[in-house]
Every structure is written in structure tokens, then in C-alpha cells.
Ligand binder design. Structure first.
Ligand code: TTP
Ligand code: MN
Ligand code: MN
Ligand code: MN
Length: 372
């Protein structure tokens, strides 16, 4: 009967792709706590608990007000009992004991460090943990067993832990465009991922590359990456070729993709008033004039471009919900190549993201409303 409980009982559509999820919201403290529990669940291999906490966090991101009393939590939709208990505890005590325990646990802390290495997933990290590995220095003992990707990840760990700023992302974009355009002047390059959703920083920079003439894309990624490599701009890369049997699975992505670590040159310093002053060089080692930055480059044929754009803009939870909605509600299989109607046995071509939302009977959401 109170105003606040009316707010909480407002209809929330059940799939995250049916609601607008802004980047900034009103319940950061609680969302952060639920996301720690989600991450911890995924570290323990519990997909169901990961989803439960992730869904609850995602619902709170859309609430148009800050939760204030435990009473308001009762009517929250799509929040499981466990999540509700966590939320109520935070509202009453400012902290949740379970979250504090997770944050202090050796498994969570080690898994966070180990999965933070480029090329290390949860399975690898957990296997290492069971072998007694706890920290980066422990990895020196098994250096010979690391993949090339993991060695590069370890070597550039400190840089890659630093968030990539929007300014840095734009300088990466100039590098990438320059390389691609030297081979195909009118190639289309779009920054996707978190930056397209409006984030001011990210863990990497994602790009989608296309051209109306599919021939122009043949071998382009390899040539552009080799060109950047020859200029010293690339610290590590591996290219996954285009796979042609992607249609079998809705979660597999078959686009040609380059996973890279760039050596991004520092921004030119602004001329300061004392630019001419001679500074004594006390430190003999020359300052490093670059930063290691993770970059993903994806090539999509023009006919699949809109699906690839939708699929690589994220967020990860938004993508997951979009595919779940397609399958469960529409009986359609969605991936970053296209949309297949399972009952009518037909594909739906699309020339824009708007068209894809329309095919699914969904209200169009701009990239900045997809921060689920
Ligand atoms: P990420 O770069 O991992 O995440 P992000 O850009 O949202 O956030 P961050 O700032 O941490 O970088 O992934 C970007 C999107 O690409 C995300 O929605 C998942 C999607 N994607 C893959 O990562 N791999 C794939 O094979 C496909 C099809 C999509
Ligand atoms: Mn990204
Ligand atoms: Mn990623
Ligand atoms: Mn990425």
C-alpha cells in the first residue's frame, strides 16, 4: 500500500532483452555484491547459481529508484530467495556476511588473479588451483606448460589489468583503421563491445570489420595484422579462421577473429610552459612509451553484419538473454550470423539491428540500453 512497494511491484518483463538497462543505475552497492556472488559461483562451476545471481543483479540495474527497506525487496520479481536474503542483509547491515566471506576466501582470490590472465579460463585456473597454484609467481614453476597466449598474458599482466580508457580505445581505432584502409580504403570499421554501449573504460577494445564486396575481405585481416606487426604495434596475436559449420550451434561464433595484444604508443604530451627546460635524467632506464592493450578484431560478411554487430555489442548477459528469449518465446535460433525460425525452417535476413529486434517482436533497444 505504501508508495515504495507500489514502485517495486511494477511489472518487470522477464527477459533482460525486453527492458532498458542503462549503464548507470540506482543500486550499485547491491549489484556489485550480487555480481561477486555470481562470479564466485562460476569459479565453483555452478552455472545455475551464476545465472541466479546474475539475473537478480540485472533486474536491479533497471530499478528506477534506490532500494531502501527490506520490505521493498519482498515484491522484487525474478530475484530468487538467496538473492533476496543478500539484498535484505545489505539494506539492514550495510554488508552481507556471505559476500565478505567470498571476498576473503583463498579460492575466490586466487581464481580472480588467475582468470585475470589473458588465455586463462575458469577450468584452467581451477585445475591450477587444485595443483597448488595460488599466485602469478607460482606460475613460473610451470612456465614450460603455458600456452603462447598465456605466456603473453603473464608478460603483460600489469598493463592488461589497467582499464583501457576511451581515449586509448580511440587511438587503437586509428591504428586499426589505418592498417585496414592501407589495403581496402573504403573498409567499414565499427567499435563494438562495452565502448559502443557507452562505457568510459573497458578490459579490451572490440572491432567489427565489413565491406559490401565480400571479395575485399578475403585475407584482409591477416594482411592488416601482419602490417601492424611489422611496425611493432603488436605484442601478441592469434587468428581464428572462419568456420563454416557454425549453423549447428547457436552459441558458437564462426567469424574470422583476431585476439591480440597491441603496443599502443602513448599520447603525444601537451606542450607544457617549461617544455624547453632541461631535466636531469636520474633514472637511467628509458621510460616505456607504450601500453599493452587487449584488442579483438572480428570480420563479418556484409550480409551478416547486423547480426554480428548485435552479437558483439553485448553485454554478455544481454546476449545470453536475447538468445534465450529467441529460442523459448519465438522458437528461433539467434547467433551473430543470423536468425533461423525453427518451425518455419527459414532464415531472416536483416540490414540493421532495428530489423532484428522487429523480427523478434521486441522493442528496439539502443546499445546504451543493453547494459544488462
Ligand atoms: P567483451 O569484450 O568480453 O566484453 P565487453 O566489451 O562487454 O566489456 P569489457 O569492457 O570488459 O571489454 O565482449 C564483447 C561482446 O562480444 C560480448 O557481448 C560478448 C561478445 N562475443 C564474444 O566475446 N565472443 C564471441 O564469440 C561472440 C559471438 C560474441
Ligand atoms: Mn570488450
Ligand atoms: Mn572478453
Ligand atoms: Mn572482447
Amino acid at each position: 500500500s505504501s508508495v515504495s512497494s507500489d514502485k517495486a511491484t511494477q511489472e518487470t518483463p522477464s527477459y533482460a532483452c525486453q527492458r532498458r538497462t542503462p549503464l548507470h543505475h540506482h543500486n550499485k552497492e547491491i549489484v556489485d555484491a550480487l555480481q561477486i556472488l555470481a562470479l564466485s559461483a562460476s569459479f565453483q562451476g555452478s552455472e545455475a547459481r551464476y545465472l541466479g545471481f546474475t539475473r537478480a543483479a540485472s533486474v536491479l540495474k533497471c530499478l528506477p529508484f534506490t532500494l531502501q527497506s527490506a520490505e521493498e525487496v519482498k515484491d522484487l520479481q525474478f530475484c530468487g530467495g538467496h538473492s533476496k536474503t543478500v539484498i535484505q542483509e545489505i539494506l539492514e547491515d550495510r554488508v552481507c556476511r556471505e559476500v565478505e566471506m567470498v571476498k576473503n576466501s583463498e579460492h575466490y582470490q586466487s581464481m580472480k588473479v588467475l582468470t585475470g590472465i589473458f588465455g586463462v579460463g575458469i577450468r584452467t585456473a581451477d585445475k591450477w588451483y587444485r595443483d597448488g597454484i595460488r599466485s602469478l609467481s607460482d606460475l613460473n614453476e610451470i612456465e614450460g606448460k603455458l600456452t603462447g597466449e598465456q605466456k603473453a598474458g603473464l608478460l603483460h599482466y600489469t598493463d592488461l589489468q589497467q582499464p583501457v580508457t576511451r581515449d586509448e580505445a580511440e587511438r587503437v581505432e586509428q591504428l586499426v583503421k589505418g592498417a585496414l584502409q592501407s589495403f581496402v580504403p573504403d573498409v567499414q570499421v565499427t567499435m563494438t563491445g562495452g565502448f559502443r554501449r557507452g562505457k568510459q573504460e573497458g578490459h579490451d577494445v572490440d572491432f567489427l570489420i565489413t565491406h559490401p564486396n565480400e571479395e575485399a575481405l578475403n585475407g584482409l585481416l591477416r594482411k592488416a595484422v601482419a602490417w601492424l606487426d611489422s611496425k611493432g604495434s603488436i605484442l601478441y596475436h592469434h587468428i581464428k579462421g572462419r568456420s563454416h559449420n557454425f549453423a549447428r550451434s547457436s552459441t558458437m561464433d564462426g567469424h574470422e577473429t583476431c585476439y591480440a595484444i597491441f603496443a599502443l604508443p602513448n599520447a603525444c604530451p601537451e606542450k607544457s610552459p617549461d617544455a624547453g627546460t632541461i631535466q636531469p635524467d636520474l633514472d637511467k632506464s628509458p621510460p616505456r612509451n607504450w601500453k599493452a592493450v587487449r584488442v579483438d578484431l572480428v570480420v563479418a560478411p556484409y550480409s551478416e553484419y547486423s547480426y554480428a554487430l548485435l552479437g558483439w555489442t553485448g553485454s554478455k548477459h544481454f546476449e545470453r538473454e536475447l538468445r534465450r528469449f529467441s529460442l523459448q518465446v519465438k522458437k528461433m535460433s539467434l547467433n551473430s550470423h543470423g536468425l533461423f525460425d525453427i518451425e518455419k525452417k527459414c532464415h531472416y535476413p536483416a540490414t540493421s539491428e532495428e530489423e532484428i529486434f522487429a523480427h523478434l517482436g521486441l522493442l528496439y533497444l539502443t546499445p546504451s540500453e543493453r547494459n544488462a
